[in-house]
Design a protein around this ligand. Structure first.
Ligand SMILES: NC(=O)c1ccc[n+]([C@@H]2O[C@H](COP(=O)([O-])OP(=O)(O)OC[C@H]3O[C@@H](n4cnc5c(N)ncnc54)[C@H](O)[C@@H]3O)[C@@H](O)[C@H]2O)c1
Length: 368
């Protein structure tokens, strides 16, 4: 039976990955620092069958011990949050980049067959765009002056409207936040290491992951979790800009399966692979679907008409590569999964820290 180390295995995605591996006959060891921002309000419930080592991924001796007897590594440990990364810079770079560096150094001379790292759609910056006549665009970015003036949609060089289309892995990255920069560095470190040391390496670029077990009280991650915490406390979800921005929501069980497939499939090594649902939803649409699922359809979102620094307008996944290389086929759709998600939210007593998050960002001039 293969033994797998899951770093960050006590986190939202890590716990589902752990379950997926155990259900499929793997032995699992977790290394997790149980950071306060994620674990302060609730004890992480990981399956008894998994061995848990509580340590920081920057602690080389602990990581060496955790790697003992392990065949594969799934590296999910990270500080997670775009907005917060813009002012807690050392914390994000330290936890994510130095953390990955220490893990890889500890892997030298260890017989690890494969490593899969959790990267993020945030590395793309804006997703792919084309003109109304179907002409593909290269890198596009919003100008600060347009955002300030409330022109949130993307425009071509001649001011023509640009349409968002599904984003594939060939889209050049455009790093617009410190978080995105650290995720890109993590994926590059892992792929470069794999090439140099003959370790099979895979990077999964996850889109917006949702499902039971999300850190509802951590206002820096997960738009669905933020909205759910607001609604559970009879508060309107806060939407930056106008709510027409589009994202791809992928169920955490699908993501967990993708990690197992990335560990198993022979064609995966050396690749960066999108893991999304392949469907796009506007943020306003998501807020209203969720309010309905939570039984409070009358709570309308608070459309702030302000932009958050580092945010992008549209990005949703082209998952052809995941289908081809991993045999990945999403089993869940957002609109069919919000009922169980809402039930879980209601059962957890979410604390709403949305206003606190907004204040933190506004005080630092990161909202305009
Ligand atoms: N949730 C999403 O929508 C999403 C999207 C794209 C990528 N990702 C990536 O997936 C991974 C897991 O995300 P998540 O949503 O489960 O986050 P999470 O915060 O729930 O879990 C992260 C876990 O890592 C642990 N951790 C953090 N820093 C650590 C350190 N220095 N040493 C050891 N453990 C540490 C935390 O205690 C936590 O248990 C992250 O790498 C994240 O960047 C998540």
């Amino acid at each position: 039976m293969a033994k797998i180390l899951v770093t960050g295995g006590c986190g939202f995605i890590g716990r589902h990955v752990t379950e997926e591996l155990l259900e499929n006959g793997y032995e699992v060891r977790i290394l997790d620092a149980m950071i306060d921002q994620v674990h302060a309000d609730a004890e992480a419930s990981v399956p008894d069958a998994a061995e848990v080592i509580r340590a920081d991924v920057r602690d080389k001796a602990a990581v060496k011990a955790a790697l003992d007897g392990v065949d594969g590594v799934l590296h999910l440990a990270a500080e997670v949050g775009v907005g917060q990364s813009m002012y807690e810079i050392a914390r994000y770079v330290g936890g994510n980049d130095l953390g990955t560096a220490v893990l890889l150094e500890a892997m030298i001379d260890m017989p690890i067959r494969r490593i899969v790292v959790a990267s993020s759609m945030s590395v793309y910056g804006e997703g792919r765009y084309e003109t109304a006549s179907g002409e593909a665009q290269g890198l596009v970015r919003r100008k600060g002056s347009d955002i300030k003036a409330g022109r949130w949609d993307l425009q071509g060089p001649d001011g023509q409207a640009l349409m968002p289309v599904a984003t594939d892995e060939e889209k050049p990255v455009d790093l617009a936040s410190i978080y995105a920069l650290t995720k890109y560095t993590q994926e590059k470190q892992v792929l470069i290491f794999g090439e140099a040391y003959g370790v099979e390496a895979v990077a999964l670029r996850l889109f917006n992951v949702f499902g039971a077990g999300q850190a509802l009280s951590n206002p820096y991650t997960g738009v669905l979790a933020n909205f759910a915490s607001r609604l559970a406390n009879d508060q309107p979800p806060m939407i930056f800009e106008d709510g027409a921005q589009r994202r791809d929501f992928v169920h955490v069980r699908d993501v967990a399966r993708a990690f197992r497939l990335a560990l198993e499939q022979p064609q995966a090594p050396g690749h960066v692979i999108n893991i999304g649902s392949g469907q796009a939803y506007t943020i306003a649409e998501v807020a209203s679907l969720l309010a309905e699922a939570m039984g409070v359809p009358d709570i309308k979102p608070d459309i702030l008409r302000k932009a958050r620094s580092g945010d992008i307008r549209n990005c949703f996944a082209d998952i052809s590569k995941a289908r081809e290389l991993l045999g990945f086929d999403p089993a869940y759709r957002l609109e069919n999964s919000l009922g169980p998600f809402a039930e879980w939210v209601r059962s957890t007593g979410a604390i709403d820290r949305g206003a606190e998050m907004r204040k933190q960002l506004e005080e630092r001039g990161l909202v305009s």
